[in-house]
Design a protein around this ligand. Structure first.
Ligand code: ADP
Ligand code: MG
Length: 638
C-alpha cells in the first residue's frame, strides 16, 4: 500500500501545485514554519523545565536537536532524493567530531578552522565509500553503511594515541566570535541560523537548478537520466559528498558542546534516528527533515513528562510512529499538504482551471510553421559536418549465446529520416542502445557526423548531439510535464552543484533559459499548458511519448533516435506525429526511426534499413525495400 500511496499522493499534490495562488501553494512551507515556531515555543517553555531557568541540560538537548536536524537535512539529499538509504551517518558525524577534537587539542587549531576541517574530512572519507557503495544498490548500500559505523567505532577504539580510545578526547572548548566565547545559548542561535542557511541553500539547489531533477531522475528513471546526459555515478557521489559534509559539520560543531567526546557519544541508534526523522517528516521533500527532526525529538520528551504515560512512553512513541507510517506514508509535511489541498483543493482547481487548461491542440495547430520557437533553438546549434550522421562498421553485440547484432554496418545520411525496421527481436532497440552509448558493442566501430563515437559512453553520445527516446517511455511520474522536459536541457547546463546552492544571477538565467526552451519544445510536439502542469504519471500514454520526444528535442540534438514512437498513438495523433518529424527534419535534424508500422515508415522515411536476426537484410528507399524478395519473405510475407 505504502509505495502506491506515496506515488498517488505526491502526484495528486503536484497536479494542483503550480496553479495554486501564493499562500495556498506554500502550504508545506507554512507548515514547516509553524512547526519551527512551535518547536521554539516548546523549547522556551522548556523540555522538562523553563528555558529562562537556563537549565544546561535543556540547552544541550536543544543544541543537539538542531545539529541532528543539520545531519537530517544532508541525509535527505542522498537518501530522500537519490534514494540510497544510509544508516551510516552517525559515523560521518563522529569523524567530524573527532577531527575537530584532535585538531584543537593536539594541534592547537582554533575551533572554526577545525570545524571546517571536520566537515571536509567527513566529506573526503565518504569519497572512496561512494566509489564502493554506490555500485551496490538498495539494501546492500544500507548494510554496507552500517558496516561503516562498525569500522569507524572500531578505529576509534584502536587508535588510542589519537582518539584516546574508550576514554575519549576531553578539554574541548566552545569557540569564540571576536573576544566573546559562545555559551550554549549563543550556540543555539548560531546553529539555528546555520540550519536556516543550509535549508535555504539546499532548497534552492533542489527546487531551482538542474541538479534537483537530476537527483530524482537517477532514482526514478535511470535510463532517462543517462539519456539526457546525467552521469548517475557523478550525481550520486556528489549527493553523498554534500550529505557527508553536513554530517561532518554537525559532528564538528557538536564536539565543543559536551567538552568531551568518546565512542559513547555516537550511538548507532542515532543513525536510525536520522533516517526515521526524514521518513516521518517526508522523504525527498525539502521541509521533511526539519519537520521530522522536530517531531521525533519533541514527542518523546513530551511523553516522558506525562506522569500517566511515563512507564509506557516508549510503547506510545512506537505506536505513534506506526500510525504515522500507516496513515501518512508521505510523511508529516506531505500529509499536511494533502490535508491543505483537501480543504482548499476545489477552490484552487477552479482558480487554475480557466486560463490554465489549454487543451492539447495538436502539432498541426501548435506548430503552425517553420518559424516555431523550438526550431529556432535547434537551428542555432552547431552545423553538422560530414555526409553521414551515423556510420557503423561491423557492429556486433551478443547476450550470452544470443546474437542481437551481427556484423552490422549501417549508414544514415545527414538531415534525413532513416527508418530501421524488422521483426520483433531483430536487434533494432539494441542498435539504438549501442549508438546512444547504453550498450558497449562486442566488436565494430561507430562514427557520428564524421567523428569516431566512443563505445558505451552515453554522456559522450549526448555531447555529440545524439538524443533518444525509449520503447517504453521513461518519464518521472511525480514531476510535471514541464519539469520532465526541462530535464532534457541538462547536458547544456553550466551551473555546478556549488553555484547551484545560491541564487546567483547566472543560476537564475539558466533556469529561465531552460524553462523557455522546454515550453517551446512542448508546444512544438503539440501539447499545451495542461500537460506542462500535470504530473507526468497522470497523463495518457500518448502524451508521455510526445513529452519524451520534447525532452529529447530540448537537448538540441543533431540526431534523434526514436524507438517505436508511434505505438499507442491513435490515427489523429499519428498525423500530428508525421508533421512533427518532418518539421524536425526540415530544421536540419537527422531522425533515426525504429518503427514497425510499415505504412508510417513508407510515408515518412527517406531511406530504410531492414534488420533480421541482427543482420542487415536490405536497405534503400521504400520502393526498393518493398520489392526486395528477401524482405517480402522475412518480414512482409506474413
Ligand atoms: P527489437 O527491438 O528489434 O525487437 P531487441 O534489440 O530489443 O529487438 O532485441 C534483440 C534480441 O536481443 C532479442 O532476442 C532480445 O531478447 C535480446 N536482448 C536485447 N536486450 C537484451 C539484454 N539486455 N539482455 C539479454 N538479451 C537482450
Ligand atoms: Mg525494440
Amino acid at each position: 500500500m505504502a509505495a502506491s500511496n506515496i506515488a498517488r499522493m505526491r502526484q495528486w499534490g503536484r497536479t494542483f501545485r503550480p496553479t495554486a495562488p501564493g499562500l495556498l501553494s506554500n502550504a508545506h512551507w507554512l507548515a514547516g514554519a509553524a512547526f519551527l515556531v512551535l518547536g521554539i515555543l516548546w523549547l522556551r517553555t522548556g523540555i522538562g523545565g523553563s528555558w529562562s531557568s537556563d537549565s544546561r541540560q535543556n540547552l544541550y538537548l536543544a543544541n543537539l536537536m538542531l545539529l541532528y536536524m543539520l545531519v537530517a537535512l544532508g541525509l535527505n539529499v542522498i537518501s530522500g532524493y537519490v534514494g540510497a538509504a544510509s544508516i551510516g551517518h552517525i559515523a560521518l558525524f563522529a569523524i567530524g567530531a573527532y577531527t575537530e577534537a584532535i585538531l584543537t587539542t593536539d594541534y592547537g587549531w582554533h575551533v572554526w578552522p577545525a570545524v571546517l576541517a571536520g566537515a571536509v574530512v567527513a566529506m573526503v572519507a565518504s569519497l572512496p565509500l561512494g566509489l564502493i557503495l554506490l555500485r551496490l544498490s538498495g539494501w546492500y548500500f544500507s548494510v554496507v553503511t552500517l558496516l561503516l559505523v562498525v569500522v569507524v567505532s572500531d578505529l576509534i577504539l584502536q587508535q588510542k594515541e589519537l582518539t584516546g580510545g574508550g576514554a575519549g578526547v576531553f578539554g574541548l572548548t566552545m569557540p569564540y566570535i571576536g573576544n566573546h566565547q559562545l555559551d550554549s545559548r549563543d550556540y543555539l542561535y548560531f546553529i539555528g541560523g546555520l540550519n536556516v542557511v543550509v535549508f535555504l541553500m539546499l532548497r534552492y539547489l533542489i527546487d531551482c537548478t538542474r541538479w534537483g531533477k537530476a537527483f530524482i531522475a537517477v532514482r526514478q528513471a535511470e535510463p532517462a537520466a543517462r539519456a539526457v546526459g546525467i552521469h548517475p555515478f557523478v550525481v550520486q557521489e556528489s549527493a553523498l559528498m554534500i550529505s557527508a559534509f553536513l554530517a561532518g559539520l554537525a559532528g564538528a560543531l557538536f564536539a565543543p558542546l559536551p567538552g568531551i567526546i568518546n565512542p559513547d557519544s555516537f550511538p548507532i541508534l542515532d543513525s536510525i534516528f536520522f533516517l526515521l526523522a526524514i521518513l516521518a517528516g517526508g522523504m525527498g521533500t525539502v521541509p521533511g527533515p526539519v519537520v521530522g527532526t522536530l517531531a521525533l525529538y519533541i514527542v518523546p520528551q513530551w511523553l516522558n513528562r506525562q506522569q500517566a504515560l511515563k512507564d509506557y512512553s516508549f510503547l506510545v512513541y512506537g505506536l505513534l510512529l506506526l500510525l504515522l507510517v500507516i496513515f501518512l506514508p508521505e510523511g508529516i509535511s506531505g500529509g499536511v499538504r494533502r490535508l491543505w489541498y483537501q480543504l482548499f483543493g476545489r477552490w484552487m482547481k477552479q482558480d487554475g482551471g480557466g486560463a490554465g487548461s489549454i487543451a492539447a491542440t495538436g502539432a498541426a495547430s501548435a506548430a503552425p510553421g517553420t518559424d516555431h520557437q523550438a526550431l529556432q533553438y535547434l537551428r542555432q546549434g552547431p552545423a553538422a559536418s560530414g555526409d553521414f550522421a551515423l556510420e557503423t562498421v561491423g557492429l556486433s553485440k551478443q547476450f550470452g549465446d544470443l546474437v542481437a547484432l551481427d556484423d552490422l554496418s549501417v549508414q544514415v545520411r545527414r538531415g534525413t529520416i532513416h527508418a530501421i525496421i524488422g521483426p520483433n527481436g531483430s536487434g533494432k532497440t539494441t542498435l539504438l542502445n549501442v549508438v546512444s552509448g547504453f550498450y558497449r558493442p562486442d566488436r565494430g566501430s561507430m562514427k557520428c557526423f564524421g567523428r569516431t563515437l566512443p563505445p558505451g559512453r552515453a554522456s559522450r553520445s549526448i555531447r555529440r548531439g545524439v538524443a533518444r527516446t525509449f520503447q517504453v517511455p521513461q518519464m518521472l511520474p511525480a514531476l510535471t510535464g514541464l519539469e520532465n522536459v526541462m530535464l532534457g536541457c541538462h547536458s547544456g547546463g553550466k551551473v555546478t552543484m556549488v553555484d547551484g546552492l545560491l541564487p546567483l544571477p547566472h543560476v537564475r538565467r539558466e533556469r529561465r533559459r531552460f524553462e523557455a526552451r522546454a515550453r517551446a519544445c512542448i508546444e512544438l510536439v503539440g501539447l499545451g499548458e495542461k500537460e506542462m502542469r500535470a504530473a507526468c504519471g497522470q497523463l495518457p500514454f500518448a502524451h508521455q511519448r510526445l513529452l519524451e520526444i520534447a525532452r529529447a528535442v530540448a537537448g538540441e540534438p543533431r540526431m534523434l533516435l526514436l524507438d517505436e514512437p508511434a505505438s499507442g498513438l491513435h490515427p489523429d495523433e499519428v498525423r500530428q506525429f508525421i508533421t512533427l518529424i518532418r518539421l524536425l527534419r526540415d530544421s536540419g535534424m537527422t531522425i533515426v526511426l525504429v518503427e514497425h508500422n510499415f505504412a508510417l515508415v513508407g510515408e515518412l522515411s527517406d531511406s530504410i534499413t531492414v534488420l533480421d536476426a541482427g543482420m542487415l537484410l536490405a536497405e534503400g528507399d521504400i520502393h526498393a525495400v518493398r520489392h526486395d524478395p528477401k524482405v517480402i519473405e522475412a518480414y512482409l510475407g506474413a
